[in-house]
Design a protein around this ligand. Structure first.
Ligand code: ADP
Ligand code: MG
Length: 247
């Protein structure tokens, strides 16, 4: 196993409230790691720390050997190029078409030639099952379709990593499952390394190679889905109980 992301003893607080408390975690090449934890446990903060949008007060984060915590602006930009980010709210620009949203980075940051941009945009639309909808506006799409556009945008520049912040939260079960299937397709066809944070246990068990529980600022349980099902940890039991009630 090749370690792609190594997080060691990071702490982060806001207004004297310690959100992450010497948290450690590794992410291996090609895996889908699902981080579960209740609302406010620090899942989104953890993702922001990984891409250097926030800095921890203590600890180290390395991405393929590059130190994120000490990196300057330019190095951070270079490292971030390898990340696709699927935001919790789809975060699409309503003033742009779907296609323009997807290829924003290719146009503005990477400055690809027009033809290449157009081909890649169509490829990404097809990948997420939205072929032919590039000219629509995000406001004309359903919640699930907007999520798909967000995923198409995240994969457009061939990232090595995709970070998902609650990709299924707020979606109906069928739409949520479509998104789960899309996350699996990303793993199988694009060979990306993904971190998904969620409190949706059905999603977690559908897509995860490994599940980690974030609780009281640390990763307190970590294992394959089958091991997580057997875990006696009270917080895990609560998640699984809630999930079994829904089945
Ligand atoms: N920019 C911020 N300023 C102050 N507190 C914050 C900020 N961002 C997050 N927090 C606090 O950090 C905690 C963890 O937030 P977050 O990572 O968003 O939780 P989760 O994504 O697990 O629901 C929460 O208590 C939240 O209020
Ligand atoms: Mg969050």
């Amino acid at each position: 196993m090749i370690i792609m992301i190594q997080i060691e003893n990071i702490s982060k607080s806001f207004n004297n409230h310690l959100v992450l408390n010497e948290l450690s975690l590794t992410v291996n090449q090609g895996e889908t790691l699902v981080i579960i934890g209740k609302s406010g446990s620090g899942k989104s903060i953890l993702l922001k720390l990984i891409i250097g949008l926030l800095r921890p007060e203590t600890g180290n984060i390395s991405i393929e050997g590059n130190d994120i915590v000490k990196a300057g602006f330019r190095d951070l930009q270079e490292i971030r190029r390898h990340f696709g980010f699927v935001f919790q709210a789809s975060a699409l620009f309503d003033s742009m078409t779907v296609a323009e949203n997807i290829n924003l980075m290719l146009r503005k940051r990477l400055k690809w030639p027009v033809q290449k941009i157009s081909e890649r945009t169509d490829e990404c639309l097809r990948f997420v099952g939205l072929q032919g909808l590039g000219k629509k506006r995000p406001s004309e799409l359903s919640g699930g379709m907007k999520k798909r556009v967000g995923i198409a945008r995240a994969i457009a520049s061939y990232p090595h990593y995709i970070l998902f912040d609650e990709p299924t939260t707020g979606l109906d079960p069928e739409t949520a499952d479509n998104i789960n299937q899309l996350v699996l397709k990303l793993k199988n066809e694009l060979n990306v390394t993904s971190i998904v944070v969620t409190h949706d246990m059905k999603s977690a068990f559908t897509i995860a190679d490994r599940i980690s529980l974030l609780h009281n600022g640390k990763i307190v349980v970590n294992g394959k889905p089958a091991d997580i099902l057997k875990s006696e940890h009270s917080e895990i039991r609560k998640f699984i109980y809630g999930y079994s009630l829904l089945k």
